[in-house]
Design a protein around this ligand. Structure first.
Ligand code: SF4
Ligand code: FES
Length: 819
């Protein structure tokens, strides 16, 4: 449609909002309540403009012409209009710069400021405040406020993580709409009326795992991240645009640091991945970085004690000790959130040492790479039939939000010259969701299930049985013969047929599965067969951020017998471990004590580092430069924030120092050399990688997909180790997140707790898979009776583990803090 904004004529698609037409034409209009990816509601009236349009004669259906110019006559609306809720019309004319419009804008700024306090000098939003900017650009510059303004509560803790200053709220309703429209958790609302209106919640706290995004979108300093409150001014922060290594979603992040410390994490914008949203685990899980026990220099064991050392000395000790060992008995393992560049470095070191004992952990029993191209997150958001096996909210939270996009049935809007549309008129408040397109199976009631049309709580460890039954049924359909269906898999025959028919008939069916499936080769094979049979795309959520990338570049053992688990069982003489802590398991710790050499690369002293001969200080995920591959196969950049971490290095640094001590130049000794190798392996120059990443062409799966089918442990009375958005291994070093989300929990059904004489809040220590876990009891009806849910640790992949309730050791004080 042809539209003229001031003096600029542009063509925009029908349905475009006038505010977007104004920005597309390169002009500006102030706004507060509109927000990318949310419904426009016309609440703040800040985006006023004068709008006119030609009109057709009702009788002749011809344009009414201006008598002087002979052009279609423009009929102006009598008053300035809210551009965010007005749709463009053919021939529309928009005026955003006339005196009349300026007067309206001046008046709206003044009106918005009527009850807004003048505490900008002490407000955390100062310098990054939309109201401050708009008042400067569109206000009169003079104040007529000689009266006292409204007073409201200024430090209201909406949760442990978010503080609300009620005086500063301008009632734009972004935060209220956000909860209903994005995560679908209606937790905030307006209370009272008129000048007394305030934002509040009827429940205690904010019961949603996506609360922090409201601090990004609040246009003023009303909603603030409590972890960074009063810690710095916006112009003092160093901004680092990077990618989350917290899970395989690959969300864009902005890390704000100051004087060598991370002060806060905000969401970055990546339209294809996380749009502009991140989960609370990702946003608030950074406090561990400057935990007091951070290692800043290498430690070398001398006379039985770990003593401070230097990198050259530590590397020399390692090189000398390695030289005397059988090369094949040396093991190297990285945690699965290492960057691709670190993976190259580990491979180069393994090749130089001529050992096939190289692995990343946790690594699932089956491959996390799909057979062909992966379903993208955009495929998920536009899918018309989704079958989810697992708990994406906890495993890759962005996938949860993209699934909720699909339920709205509105395809992602094309980008405009100014980027994401500011007011997408297809989005409305309280849109009807198409829950019927979503089917979820999981061994407990997941948060996402409340949005699904069909939910099945399957037996723990029973994914293989269900998927095999479905895959067989899908094949049977082809032959026209129906076999016997066993309801014990968690789904009835009729439900299975309904699901298969929905997947088959969909235009864009997507199967999403998690480590519950990938940790069981039989389940993985059945899931792949099912996807093939129904013509669905596949999205596999790996156990950690870069599991897919490390598998793709071959950070793998040369033989199954050499994998990470076998490295810990006495067949190795030396181990080099990065960010892994297997000694949490006392039986493994005994094995590690017998090693000729144990090198631990870690940001903190851990159970394993206490046994080490050499401890190397490691950078955290926020202090690395490199790249990662997310679940959909998108290469994404990881950038280091300027954080004070002493001499800590990533694994490339480890390899550089070891190479120097050995007198050789290993590939992966630095980012340039690692990227040279990655260019050969992946065909992509990672130096040129845009912040929003690049989809990588699919490759064939690696050898670990060919492992033999494993017997699963029996679930009765067992513990199910489950994924967790909040990383259990760091929870004690994240005090604010811990205060909000609680200690690492042992969740069980009330009946299970009753049967075992346990109550919510008690602290117990219980061995799970050999690792003593200190957990706080939480009663939850989401857990089937007889099952215990335990959040995963990197050394303890998801799945069913034996758990004996009688082996639980209870702490004396029921209110004791978990240390
Ligand atoms: S708290 Fe912020 S986002 Fe929420 S209505 Fe008030 S100004 Fe808007
Ligand atoms: S009325 Fe608020 S942005 Fe248009």
């Amino acid at each position: 449609m042809k539209v003229k904004v001031n003096d600029v004529a542009i063509d925009v698609a029908p349905g475009t909002s006038v505010i977007d037409a104004v920005f597309a034409a390169g002009h500006d209009v102030p706004y507060f309540c509109s927000q990318e990816y949310m419904s426009p509601i016309g609440a703040c009236r800040m985006c006023l403009a004068k709008i006119g349009a030609p009109r057709k004669d009702r009788g002749s259906d011809e344009w009414i012409l201006d008598e002087e110019t002979g052009e279609p006559k423009i009929f102006w609306f009598p008053n300035p209009m809210a551009t965010c809720t007005t749709q463009v019309m053919e021939g529309m004319v928009v005026d955003t710069i006339s005196k009349e419009v300026k007067r309206a804008q001046n008046a709206m700024v003044e009106f918005t400021l009527v009850n807004h306090p003048l505490d900008c000098p002490t407000c955390d939003k100062g310098g990054a405040c939309e109201l401050q900017d708009r008042a400067y650009e569109y206000g009169t510059g003079e104040s007529r406020f000689v009266f006292d303004k409204r007073h409201q509560e200024k430090h209201h803790a909406l949760s442990e993580l978010i503080t609300l200053d009620r005086e500063r709220c301008i009632h734009c309703k972004r935060c209220v709409r956000y909860f209903e429209e994005v995560p679908g958790d209606e937790v905030l609302d307006f209370i009272e009326r008129g000048g007394h209106t305030y934002i509040g919640t009827l429940e205690d706290g904010l019961p949603s795992p996506f609360t922090g995004n409201i601090t990004d979108i609040c246009p003023v300093g009303a909603l603030l991240d409590s972890t960074s409150r009063f810690r710095g001014r916006n112009w003092e922060y160093h901004h680092t645009d990077t990618t989350s290594l917290d899970d395989p979603g690959g969300a864009a992040l902005r890390v704000d640091s100051r004087t060598g410390r991370i002060e806060r994490i905000k969401s970055g914008l990546n339209d294809d991945v996380n749009k502009t949203w991140i989960d609370d685990g990702t946003r608030f899980g950074h406090e561990y970085v400057d935990s007091e026990d951070r290692l800043t220099m290498p430690l070398v064991r001398k006379d039985g004690q770990l003593v401070p050392s230097s990198w050259p000395e530590a590397a020399r000790v390692i090189a000398e000790r390695l030289a005397g060992l059988d090369a094949k008995s040396i093991g190297i393992a990285l945690r699965a959130d290492a960057t691709l560049e670190e993976g190259v470095a580990a491979k180069a070191l393994a090749e130089h040492l001529e050992t096939g004992r190289l692995d990343h952990a946790p690594r699932t029993a089956a491959s996390v790479l799909p057979d062909g191209a992966s379903a993208t997150l955009r495929d998920v958001a536009t899918s018309d039939a989704l079958f989810v096996i697992g708990d994406p909210t906890e495993e890759a939270a962005i996938v949860d939000l993209r699934i909720k996009d699909a339920l709205k049935g509105v395809a992602p809007a094309p980008l405009l010259p100014h980027g994401v549309p500011i007011a997408d008129l297809r989005l409305t408040e309280r849109m009807k969701r198409k829950s019927e397109i979503l089917t979820i199976c999981a061994p407990y009631r997941t948060d996402l299930m409340k949005h699904a049309g069909q939910v099945y709580v399957t037996p723990a460890g029973g994914e293989a049985a269900l998927l095999k039954a479905l895959a067989d049924r899908a094949q049977v359909d082809d032959d026209g013969k129906a076999g016997v269906w066993d309801d014990a898999c968690g789904m009835s025959e009729a439900q299975a047929d309904k699901l298969l028919s929905a997947l088959r008939s969909a235009k864009n069916a997507v199967l999403i599965w998690s480590s519950f499936v990938s940790n069981d080769v039989a389940a993985d094979q059945a899931a792949r067969q099912l996807a093939k049979a129904v013509g669905a795309k596949v999205l596999i959520l790996g156990p950690m951020a870069n599991a897919a990338g490390l598998e793709r570049i071959g950070v793998l053992p040369s033989h199954d017998r050499y994998d990470y688990a076998s490295m810990l069982t006495g067949e190795t003489e030396a181990l080099i471990l990065s960010h892994l802590d297997p000694a949490l398991n006392p039986a493994v710790a005994d094995q590690l004590r017998g090693l000729a050499l144990l090198v631990v690369h870690t940001p903190f002293r851990t159970a394993t580092s206490e046994l080490a001969d050499v401890v190397l200080p490691a950078v955290t995920v926020y202090e690395k430069d490199g790249s990662t591959l997310n679940a959909e196969g998108r290469l994404l950049p990881v950038r280091a924030a300027p954080v004070e971490a002493g001499t800590a290095e990533d694994f490339m640094g480890v390899v550089k120092h070891l190479g120097e001590a050995m007198g050789i130049r290993l590939e992966g000794r630095g980012i340039k050399s690692a990227r040279r190798v990655l260019k050969q392996l992946l065909g992509v120059d990672l130096n040129e990688l845009p912040t929003t990443g690049q989809l990588l062409a699919p490759a064939s799966r690696r050898g670990n997909a060919a492992r033999p089918v494993q017997e699963q442990a029996k679930p009765e009375g067992g513990a199910l180790v489950v994924p967790s958005m909040v990383r259990a291994e760091y929870i004690d070093r994240n005090p604010k997140l811990r205060a909000e989300r609680g200690d690492a929990a042992l969740r069980a059904h009330p009946a299970t707790l009753h049967a075992n004489g346990l109550t919510t809040g008690e602290v117990v220590t219980v061995p799970v898979g050999g690792v003593p876990r200190r957990l706080r009891i939480v009663s939850s009806e989401a857990v089937p009776e007889g099952l215990w849910l335990v959040p995963t640790l990197p050394d303890q992949p998801v799945g069913v583990y034996p758990l004996e309730p009688t082996a639980m050791q209870r702490e004396v004080s029921e209110t004791a803090e978990v240390a």
